[in-house]
Design a protein around this ligand. Structure first.
Ligand SMILES: Cc1cc2nc3c(=O)[nH]c(=O)nc-3n(C[C@H](O)[C@H](O)[C@H](O)COP(=O)(O)OP(=O)(O)OC[C@H]3O[C@@H](n4cnc5c(N)ncnc54)[C@H](O)[C@@H]3O)c2cc1C
Length: 654
């Protein structure tokens, strides 16, 4: 069952205590435009910013939203959005052949984001000056045809009273690729204009996905033996080596298979799926599975809303088997060198199967966004009489009933871990060093992934359509909308946040005031989507201390300011280093030194190296959530296939 709002699900006693806690909160409510009390009062006092606005986030083309006031006009009540969309496509089709005309279709702050259709790279062009330059360079070389309207049926969207646009989904072809586009158009005093345009590769016209195999068993060996032989790659070389067999590695392998690109996964764990099986036993995914389906093989009906980690581990294994992916488990890269022609020489220790040398053209790193577990050194830790461990090596609270536990760190893993102890009645405290972005699932889920939710009869919406929608907004406008969403969620979550603050837990509104919008791309941490632990803080089951551990002294844990405490177990839920550490450890210094920053947003609003050119030719960094994996594996595999077939266009670098 999905968690509900904190006040709806607390017991009578707990509600009393929340009322008491709320009473402690300063009066003087400001009012939100929609009439709700503005939750800025939650954090009366100096603003606390644990992450600088520009931390791993270099975007510099912020522009105000095209509000009705700025545009000076609005869509009429009886607007025929379908007619507008049809006319728009006719105009756009002609404009693709005329860079100046194309540019003039945008409002001045308009944004064009292209994924591998024209730029053969992920690129964002912010504002008409940049759009004009790119259009001049790119459109002349790329004939466009066959623009056709796609679902959903266009309508006037009014997410806020002061904002109105029509979203137009369409397909089109260039001379090489099948593509989709999403235009968000607004009404201006000069007519309909583009606010944002997103053009995305969907297929290669001359290299479509392979048809189904016949499957009749006419080979001299069984299916299982054949599969073993294929997996061995004896006497042949793969086009691509994928390091890491989590969902990102598997989804890439499945895409390659469908495109007829041979790929092998190198996975250090004994079994595919161990990456989830071996996480702490109380872990379920933090968001409903609606947006998490794997390519070609969606979850079966009646799948639990929040997927248990152990079940996801099994699913990865089933997926690898059902899709007949090739994976060498218990295997690791022992050396790696890039040849002068850009191909790779990868030596692999195949567990019990000896050493092998692979020479793929492309290498994909799918070893997770997290680098290696990060544990701060704490003076006196060698002589600490209790137990000290990183959250990655902690699996259950079962052994610790009757003991005292400190969880250091207040992001998702810290919360999950503390919640697990609290549910067993263990005396547990969370140590918080800097504020955490908190949101309830009740209010955020419908707003963030509501488009993916099945209807009341369990019928799922069209995933491609949802993905087009979910990815249609470039970073700039998305940041502006994210700020509004974060403010709205803060109002809706007011009671929850206020009660947490009253217990001494510090919250904030996220980097650039955008909740998870920006944090998700820069820090990939520093937030918690309330899966139940907040209530335990509010009712006192989980205690909160501010600060950090200064040192250990025998049995004692000394917090800053000389606060002496005693804990039997200290868990460092202090996160991970950057993926670059994993690249360095696996591929060596030469490759890691040439690699751009991993994750983080560049000036124009693209990720710095994920899913695109990472600075090292023929090396690809596949990271992100299940939804990211499904979406980007398609684009990256098509780009690699086009490169292998020699039809990829030049990457646009201006
Ligand atoms: C508490 C929590 C809740 C989450 N909730 C959600 C959610 O609701 N929805 C969502 O989409 N995501 C969620 N995530 C995030 C995300 O899906 C995971 O972090 C995910 O594991 C990332 O997948 P990946 O394939 O990139 O990496 P991983 O799953 O970490 O897989 C990487 C694989 O590579 C292997 N590997 C690493 N290095 C090497 C090497 N050098 N050689 C060989 N093999 C190697 C590892 O053994 C592992 O199997 C959650 C994460 C956590 C921790």
């Amino acid at each position: 069952m999905a968690p509900t709002a904190i006040l709806e699900r607390t017991t009578a006693t707990a509600v009393d205590s929340i009322a008491e806690l709320k009473a402690k909160i300063a009066n003087g409510h400001a009012t939100h435009p929609n009439g709700a009390p503005k939750s800025a009062l939650v954090r009366d006092g100096p603003e606390r910013k644990p992450v600088a606005d520009d931390y791993m986030y270099d975007f510099k083309y912020n522009a105000p939203l095209p509000t009705l006031e700025r545009l000076g006009t609005d869509f009429a009540e009886d607007t025929d959005a379908v007619k507008i969309a049809e006319d728009f496509l006719v105009t756009l089709q002609a404009a693709f052949a005329d860079p100046a005309k194309f540019t003039s279709l945008f409002i001045e702050d308009g944004v064009w984001r292209d994924k591998i259709v024209f730029a053969w790279e992920y690129r964002t062009f912010n504002g008409t000056a940049k759009i004009g330059e790119a259009a001049k360079d790119l459109l002349a070389n790329t004939p466009v045809a066959n623009l056709k309207l796609l679902s959903p049926t266009p309508k006037v969207d009014r997410p806020y009273d002061d904002l109105a646009s029509i979203q137009i989904h369409f397909s089109f072809d260039t001379d090489k690729v099948g593509a989709s586009g999403v235009a968000n158009v607004v009404k201006t005093t000069e007519g309909i204009k583009i606010w944002t345009l997103h053009t995305v590769i969907e297929s290669l016209l001359d290299f479509p996905e392979l048809p189904n195999r016949d499957g009749h068993m006419i080979a001299p060996v069984s299916w299982a033996t054949q599969r073993e032989q294929d997996t061995d790659f004896e006497g042949r070389q793969p086009d691509v080596v994928i390091v890491g067999g989590g969902h990102n590695g598997l989804m890439m392998a499945a895409r390659f298979k469908a495109l007829g690109v041979s790929a092998i996964i190198i996975e250090r764990n004994e079994r595919i799926g161990d990456n989830w099986r071996k996480r702490y036993e109380s872990l379920s995914l933090h968001f409903p599975h609606w947006e998490d389906h794997f390519p070609y093989m969606p979850y079966p009906e009646h799948w639990p809303v929040y997927t248990p980690a152990g079940k996801l581990g099994e699913w990865l294994d089933w997926y690898a088997s059902a899709m007949e992916l090739y994976a060498w488990t218990s295997s690791s890269v022992t050396s790696c060198k890039q040849e002068d022609d850009g191909s790779w020489r990868v030596e692999v220790n195949r567990g019990g199967h000896g050493q092998r040398v692979l020479t793929p053209k492309h290498l994909v790193m799918a070893t997770s966004l997290a680098g290696v577990p990060m544990s701060p050194y704490i003076p006196g830790q060698e002589e600490f009489k209790g137990t000290l461990r990183h959250s990655t090596t902690h699996d259950s609270s079962r052994e610790w009933v009757g003991k005292k536990v400190l969880v250091v760190g207040t992001s998702s893993s810290g919360f999950d871990t503390a919640y697990d102890f609290a549910r067993r009645g263990v005396d547990v405290t969370m140590l918080q060093r800097s504020p955490t972005y908190i949101m309830s699932l009740t209010h955020s889920v419908p707003r963030i992934i509501g488009i993916y939710e099945p209807d009341k009869n369990g019928k799922r919406p069209d995933l491609d359509e949802c993905d087009r929608m979910a990815y249609s907004m470039p970073v700039g406008p998305s940041e502006e909308l994210g700020r509004r969403l974060a403010e709205d969620l803060e109002v809706l979550d007011h009671d929850l946040l206020a009660a947490m603050e009253a217990r001494g837990f510090q919250t904030w509104r996220g980097q650039r005031g955008t909740g998870t919008q920006t944090l998700g791309y820069s820090k990939n941490g520093g937030f918690y989507f309330d899966a139940g632990a907040c209530e335990r803080i509010i009712n006192g089951d989980i205690k909160v201390e501010q600060g950090w551990i200064e040192k250990f002294d025998g049995h004692k844990t000394i917090l800053n300011g000389g606060r002496e405490k005693e804990y039997d177990l200290v868990i460092l839920a202090t996160g991970f280093s950057n993926t670059i550490d994993s690249v360095r450890a696996t591929l060596g210094d030469d490759v890691a030194d040439r690699c751009n920053d991993i994750w983080g947003v560049d000036e124009e609003g693209e990720l710095k190296s994920a899913w695109r050119d990472c600075g090292v030719p023929n090396l690809w960094i596949m990271v992100g959530t299940l939804q990211h994996g499904r979406y980007h594996s398609k684009r990256v595999s098509l780009r690699i296939k086009a490169m292998l077939e020699g039809i990829a266009g030049e990457k646009y670098v201006k």
